[in-house]
Design a binder for this molecule. Structure first.
Ligand SMILES: [Zn+2]
Ligand SMILES: [Zn+2]
Length: 136
């Protein structure tokens, strides 16, 4: 946690710009959309976005939605750098929510141990219809 705070303070200008775009968007964005939004700030190449994202992912401030090849700002200001990320993804309205479920995380770790793998990263995506879409 302490480390996380320190690295937050050490964000470069580009990292801060990328993080702010994602925070403002509140939904997953592709690297290309991030680049488009930052052109006026002097971003020219996808590599600049990817470099910034790499660091933000490392510090747990941004997560990657694997199935969408997109990036989302962490919804939890106190989200620790977790080896497990989980998201619910609505197939109709495309709403993506981050899941914070310690029980799930513990269970996944337990199963991984049983499977004989020491995990460094697990990503779980629940695809389906959100309650709102289901009732409309
Ligand atoms: Zn998070
Ligand atoms: Zn929905």
């Amino acid at each position: 946690m302490k480390q996380n705070l320190i690295s937050k303070n050490k964000l470069t200008k580009n990292q801060t710009l990328v993080l702010n775009v994602l925070l403002k968007a509140g939904l997953p964005l592709s690297a290309y959309s991030i680049l488009e939004k930052l052109r006026k700030h002097g971003f020219k190449a996808p590599l600049q976005v990817y470099r910034a994202l790499e660091k933000l992912i490392d510090t747990g401030q941004v997560h990657r939605i694997e199935s969408k090849n997109a990036f989302i700002a962490c919804e939890h200001s106190l989200c620790e750098i977790s080896q497990m990320t989980a998201f619910t993804i609505c197939q109709r309205c495309e709403k993506v929510s981050e899941v914070m479920d310690e029980e799930l995380s513990n269970y996944v770790n337990l199963r991984a141990e049983k499977l004989g793998i020491s995990t460094t990263k697990t990503n779980i995506e629940f695809h389906g219809l959100c309650n709102r879409c289901l009732s409309s």
